[in-house]
Design a protein around this ligand. Structure first.
Ligand SMILES: *Cc1c(COP(=O)(O)O)cnc(C)c1O
Length: 215
């Protein structure tokens, strides 16, 4: 795929989303495709597999902000801890504790988002609102010094039913709003290729778009 097309797709999406931040989801994409994104001046890339992310990190320029957007396993955290910009997919107490301990070893504070389960599909990862609440009020959570929560991430149901998607985004936005001020959060990561415009209309501050850019 041509550099020009990738770059004009990014330009178009940036115009559509205004002040909302864009993470270009580069999973499964080749290094030349990533080069095209980089050449456009864009620096925020999203990946969902640790091995692929580490390979790309090693081969690409070092001023890229790498976002982990997929489910993370505890035994893989150490490979990304030194360089990851933000983890969008913290979906359990266990993974959060592991990220904190790996970050501590290398004296970093790693920014992250809690991933909430908002879709009707069972297959998607994420915390329930009750599980989120339980973590946020626990004393142990307050003791983590090497992770810093910036907000929430969620994925809507993969459906053509826009009113359902809108309902799910609005729901996530309201949970976000109920904590944002008291916890000093400022990132709500929602919206992908099929639904980013609706996500922005529902108050997203960061969209994660892949296929729409590379198709
Ligand atoms: C793949 C992926 C995206 C991007 O999906 P597209 O439909 O290709 O835009 C966004 N978020 C997550 C968590 C993903 O896994």
């Amino acid at each position: 795929m041509s550099h020009e097309l990738i770059q004009s797709n990014i330009q178009q999406i940036k115009e559509e989303i205004g002040n909302t931040h864009l993470v270009v989801v580069s999973k499964y994409r080749s290094l030349p495709e990533l080069d095209a994104v980089y050449a456009s001046g864009h620096r925020d890339f999203g990946e969902n597999r640790v091995q692929e992310l580490v390979d790309k990190y090693e081969k690409m320029p070092k001023d890229i902000h790498w976002h982990v957007i997929g489910h993370l396993q505890t035994n893989k955290v150490k490979y990304i801890a030194p360089f990851v910009h933000m983890i969008h997919s913290i979906d359990s107490w266990k993974i959060l504790a592991k990220v904190d301990s790996e970050a501590k070893k290398i004296e970093r504070v790693i920014p992250f988002l809690f991933q909430l389960h908002i879709a009707q599909e069972d297959s998607k990862y994420g915390l329930t609102t009750a599980q989120l609440e339980e973590i946020l009020i626990s004393d142990e959570y307050k003791k983590f010094k090497n992770v810093s929560c910036m907000g929430l991430m969620g994925m809507a149901t993969n459906t053509d039913n826009l009113s359902q998607v809108e309902q799910e985004f609005t729901h996530l936005k309201s949970i976000y709003e109920s904590y944002a001020e008291s916890h000093k959060w400022n990132i709500l990561s929602m919206g992908m290729s099929g639904d980013y415009k609706l996500a922005v209309a529902c108050g997203s501050s960061m969209v994660r778009v892949g296929s729409k850019i590379f198709i």
